[in-house]
Design a protein around this ligand. Structure first.
Ligand code: NDP
Length: 386
């Protein structure tokens, strides 16, 4: 079915999805036109790669200037450089989100030097949807740029029913990555994470599965997320002994949540592990988004599970107002200041942002060229946060 303009293609894409709930979780939407249920994973992937291209015309040429204004930082003591800002697809890439907008966010990011895109098996909603959306756009726009991209995914949270659909067993992690690769139409991911520590599975099993995944060629590097300092040190020891060093830790870090300063950053430095921090804008609270009320199209306004209207309270807003005033004196926005503040820490490799529109990416990218915070500005921030 050829489309003659992109808008028509974009709006038609989601209508290709029939109601096949189990397959829908697994497969890129355009696979539904095939007899998928009896096919093996490999033949599904082969058919996907050979048949997907006609559904979305490729009209994207990345900007030649894309590397001009993006500082790259080394991930721990590895050979991998990552952009100071990376894009996460946790929100805004689900089945209900317009694919034209998702596409413009991805294209604008790449045009501005954001080479790193972060996913997880369960991002959506529904679970798996963000990987499918990404796969669709990747196949149309980014396939020829694959070697300029660092794509990550994770497994750890609830993904499918039964005892093998979450946590940290070898059974779950390996099956989940196989599913993620099919949804995204990739041969391998650059980074595969254990998304959260499993209190019941031996760390040796979880780390052994990560090592196996690298050796089987399905990921180039591995990481961990939401692990405590002690769990991180032990995981790092096991992985190093196996010959697959831990590349990255992915914790939450922002002006409102500084738990990583209580030991984790120190462990990461000692172990030579990079640190890519999620929710650097506290899901939007550290921006000017909520200073005049809760917009209906915002994360809190959409009454999501993760940023509730009650989180937009006077305490958070009072601090955000003071910080916004400081940012304004520097000529920055609050969102830009929040990123500058995180990147003051040399152990931080990347700030992993989310965005509901391309202009938010542009704003954060522009913020990278501002000077570092002075000692007195840092003190003023400490006072705002008391
Ligand atoms: P942020 O703290 O960056 O929040 C992103 C939200 O802030 C956007 O959706 C947007 O909200 C708002 N925003 C962004 N830029 C601007 C701007 N310039 N001006 C005003 N508002 C802005 O990060 P997320 O919480 O989205 O997390 C980022 C990524 O981190 C995820 O996508 C995921 O990859 C990863 N992550 C990992 C977790 C883990 O357990 N490992 C857990 C959570 C996230 P709005 O939609 O209202 O416009």
């Amino acid at each position: 079915m050829p489309w003659h303009n992109e808008e028509a293609a974009n709006s038609s894409l989601k209508s290709l999805l029939p109601s096949l709930p189990s397959a829908q979780m697994l497969l890129p939407s355009f696979c539904y036109t095939q007899q998928i249920e009896t096919a093996s994973m490999t033949s599904i992937a082969q058919r996907f790669l050979s048949t997907a291209a006609p559904y979305l015309p490729t009209t994207y040429n990345a900007l030649a200037t894309r590397y001009d204004n993006m500082p790259f930082r080394r991930a721990g003591r590895s050979g991998l450089l990552l952009p100071s800002i990376a894009l996460g697809l946790w929100q805004n890439f689900g089945d209900a989100d317009p694919i034209a907008n998702s596409r413009s966010v991805l294209r604008r990011s790449f045009d501005l030097g954001i080479t790193h895109f972060d996913l997880a098996n369960n991002y959506g909603p529904p679970q798996g949807a963000a990987e499918r959306t990404f796969g669709l756009i990747f196949n149309a726009d980014f396939r020829s740029y694959r070697d300029e991209m660092v794509i990550s995914t994770k497994a750890g949270y609830d993904m499918w029913p039964g005892p093998y659909g979450e946590w940290g067993s070898r059974k779950y992690l390996i099956a989940s990555l196989d599913q993620s690769l099919i949804r995204m139409g990739l041969d391998y991911v650059d980074v595969f994470y254990s998304h959260r520590p499993d209190p019941e599975t031996p760390l040796e099993e979880t780390m052994g599965a990560l090592d196996h995944i690298v050796r089987s060629g399905k990921a180039l590097y591995v990481g961990i997320s939401n692990y405590s300092p002690e769990q991180t040190r032990e995981s790092s020891r096991i992985l190093r002994a196996l010959g697959t060093p831990c590349l990255l830790h992915q914790p939450r870090y922002n002006m409102f949540d500084r738990h990583v300063e209580g030991g984790l950053l120190e462990v990461l430095k000692e172990e030579g592990i990079g640190c890519i921090v999620f929710s650097p804008l506290a899901q939007g609270l550290l921006t000017e988004r909520y200073l005049g009320g809760i917009p209906t199209d915002s994360r809190a306004g959409k009454a999501g599970r993760f940023l509730k209207p009650e989180n937009v309270n006077e305490e958070a807003l009072g601090r955000a107002r003071q910080l916004a005033a400081l940012a304004q004196r520097r000529g920055q926005t609050l969102a830009q200041l929040a990123v500058t503040w995180i990147l003051r820490q040399p152990q931080i490799t990347s700030v992993l942002i989310g965005a509901s529109r391309a202009t938010q990416i542009e704003e954060l990218h522009a913020g990278l060229s501002y000077p570092q915070l002075t000692a007195s500005e840092l003190e003023e921030i400490e006072n705002c946060l008391k």
